[in-house]
Ligand binder design. Structure first.
Ligand code: GDP
Ligand code: ZN
Length: 447
């Protein structure tokens, strides 16, 4: 497989000037190309060599260090050469151009990591952790990405997958003895092992959900009756004019997403159509989607009008019942004489004057820190697709348990297979090509 690959090149260091900049080559011709660039000096594996980098006509581009990592002991599993020059964008670009003239191809985003995956150096969850580590916004996220890169997530998911494989074999074998009751075929231990796998999967799912939060930030949803100032609050928090603010009740029918950063924490705000009973089909659709958003929210900002703090409260209470942290806000506090009496019912704020927004930021920060502390202990970063795969696997395992209870062995085998495949998506054992393309194209070039 390696032989069919070409040799790729890219700048591996971040854009902008720096003390040192690195151009990375990977592929079967990496060493030969590097030797040309290094004025004919041969490179020995793992030996840093001070060299002159030269152009086609022998003119010096720069001097620096060349480092050769021989396949398979390299990041990509292929022959890799790093050319470390002065960190000037112009110099690094000249080096890349020279490598291209010598037959290397400019790497696509994430192509080095993709090759590491294809060479079996990293599984898919680990390759994703590389990108997460690079993008980590703070030490907690960096440590969690590091644990995922070290394979903590992959190991736990693979252990469950291995157990499911054993259970599949057991069930498939039992299908061949369809006349016998399952209990004479080891049905008891089979059920117990499936229960244990379900428990392990639930625990992994809980950790992956925390890891997802650590990576993606909190998912906050703004809800409330029409015209209480949800869009205005979104604008005030986001500091932009993305949401359309109007005086006509129920105009924000669609969902409007806005991702903002508060103290390095990402908050996705989704403005929703007012949650209220309505005969209007479009608005009802908006409310249906609002409820769907709430189902996956970490946090809801529930907005009421400070002048009528009880209007719509009961209905909203029901709507956010499943959300871990509803934060009740009383907007338009500038329109009431004294906001203090109402404070028990929510935090008085004003999108118009900005009153209370500092306290709102403070609450959000405290909530985030609580979540981050929760996520920090032994967790790893995870992505939405991991959580999704684990949820699907969990659903299948419950179906398998149900099927075993009624001795529907074919159904049980099918559910176990589907659950096993869902887990395989995490490490890439079962990975459709378009999934791979999607994952690696979101990396930066040179990684
Ligand atoms: P939404 O339907 O809940 O999204 O409400 P909007 O954000 O569209 O606001 C409805 C109306 O209330 C607009 O005329 C806003 O200018 C006004 N409004 C929003 N927030 C405040 C506020 O804090 N104070 C006052 N006085 N008016 C506000
Ligand atoms: Zn609105």
């Amino acid at each position: 497989m390696t032989d069919a690959r070409d040799t790729i090149v890219a700048i591996a260091t971040a854009p902008g000037a720096g003390g040192v900049g690195i151009v990375r080559l990977s592929g079967p011709r990496a060493r030969a190309i590097a030797r040309e660039v290094c004025a004919g000096k041969p490179l020995r594996p793992r030996l840093a060599r001070h060299v002159r980098f030269v152009d086609a006509d022998g003119a010096t581009i720069d001097d620096g260090i060349a480092l050769h990592f021989r396949a398979p002991a390299s990041y990509t599993g292929e022959d890799v050469v790093e050319l470390q020059a002065h960190g000037s964008r112009a110099v690094l670009q000249l080096l890349v151009q020279r490598c291209q003239a010598l037959g290397a191809r400019g790497a696509r985003p994430g192509e080095f990591s993709e090759r590491a995956f294809l060479s079996g150096k990293l599984d898919l969850a680990q390759a994703e952790a590389v990108a997460d580590l690079i993008a980590a916004g703070d030490a907690t996220a960096a440590r969690a990405a590091r644990r995922a890169l070290d394979g903590e997530f992959s190991r736990r998911s693979d252990a469950i997958a291995a157990e499911l494989l054993a259970l599949r074999v057991h069930v498939e074998a039992a299908i061949d003895f369809a006349d016998e009751p399952l209990d004479t075929l080891g049905g008891g231990p089979l059920r117990r092992r499936l229960d244990a796998a379900i428990d392990a999967l639930d625990a992994l799912l809980a950790d992956a959900e925390r890891g997802r939060k650590l990576r993606d930030g909190l998912h906050a949803v703004i809800v409330g009756p029409p015209n209480v100032g949800k869009s205005s609050l979104l604008n005030a928090l986001a500091g932009s004019d993305r949401a359309i603010v109007t005086d006509i009740a129920g105009t924000t029918r669609d969902l409007l997403r806005e991702t903002i950063r508060i103290d390095g924490v990402e908050l996705t705000l989704v403005d929703t159509a007012g949650l209220r009973e309505s005969g209007d089909v479009i608005e009802r659709e908006g409310m249906r989607r609002a409820r769907a958003e709430l189902a996956s929210a970490d946090l809801a900002l529930v907005v009421l009008d400070a002048r009528a703090p009880d209007a719509g409260r009961a209905e909203l209470q029901a709507a956010v019942a499943g959300v871990p942290t509803p934060l009740w806000l009383l907007n338009k506090s500038d329109l009431v004489e004294d906001a203090a009496p109402a404070a028990a019912a929510g935090l008085p704020v004003s999108a118009r004057t900005g009153a209370g927004l500092d306290q709102l930021h403070e609450r959000l920060r405290a909530l985030w820190q609580g979540q981050a502390a929760d996520a920090a202990g032994g967790a790893f970063t995870a992505r939405g697709r991991h959580v999704d795969a684990l949820r699907r696997a969990a659903t299948e395992l419950l179906a398998a348990r149900q099927a075993l209870a009624t001795e529907s062995l074919d159904l049980a085998a099918e559910a176990l297979r589907a659950g096993h495949d869902a887990l395989g998506e995490i490490t890439g054992r079962v990975a459709p090509d378009d999934l791979l393309g999607h994952i690696f194209s979101s990396f930066c070039i040179g990684k």
